[in-house]
Design a protein around this ligand. Structure first.
Ligand SMILES: [Zn+2]
Length: 202
């Protein structure tokens, strides 16, 4: 499996093109990606699915266009479907922890509400796409519509208990970095550390 980071837009978004053989998945396509077709042709890839970590515009903006064109469905947690503004006919909505088989990929969904009600992390192999739940050294904002600070703490605790060599790929490269490991964040991320401390004291 290969993970290509595409850094785009004025908000340092990280879109990911995940490939395996000739299959490709796209995660959080937001900004102008008209060059995508060129990448797919050049690398002889077939796009098999589009997945969203949550419904904020800076993670979904390019998708409607792409889904219309390709006939693929965009996978989004049901609570964030409306927020995405994408026509529901192009969406596959779901709730709860589960695994989707999309072409040769097994995509495991870990619900991680807090930043938004329908925020999820996507686990593919040992890679975890964390959207705006977990960033290297930080976590997503919890002062937005449908945010919930208590849910965010529980989500950070859930992620902290994943294997420490799990590699994370965040939704933004704030500070120039979009990837890290759970093991590193457990020690260095003040938000994850606080969440774990609170869990121990309950
Ligand atoms: Zn967001």
């Amino acid at each position: 499996m290969e993970i290509n980071v595409i850094n785009l837009g004025p908000m340092d978004n990280c879109t990911y093109l995940v490939t395996q053989g000739t299959d490709a998945l796209l995660i959080d396509p937001a900004w102008d990606m008209n060059f995508l077709e060129h990448i797919l042709t050049e690398k002889k890839l077939t796009l098999r699915g589009v997945l969203f970590t949550h419904g904020h515009f800076d993670h979904v903006k390019f998708a409607q266009n792409l889904l219309e064109k390709t006939g693929l469905k965009g996978y989004i947690e049901a609570s964030d479907a409306e927020l995405s503004g994408i026509n529901p006919q192009f969406l596959h909505t779901y709730t709860g922890e589960q695994t989707f088989k999309i072409a040769s990929f097994d995509v495991h969904i870990i619900p991680t509400p807090g930043h938004t009600a329908g925020g999820v992390c996507l686990q593919i192999g040992s890679a975890l796409f964390t959207g705006d739940t977990l960033f290297p050294g930080a976590c997503g904002r919890v002062d937005l519509p449908t945010s919930n600070p208590r849910a965010m703490r529980a989500s950070l605790v859930k992620l902290a208990h994943l294997p420490e060599d799990t590699q994370i790929f965040a939704g933004h490269s704030y500070g120039g970095k979009c990837s890290s490991t759970i093991g590193y964040e457990r020690i260095k991320n003040p938000f994850m550390r606080n969440a774990l401390r609170e869990e121990e004291n309950v």
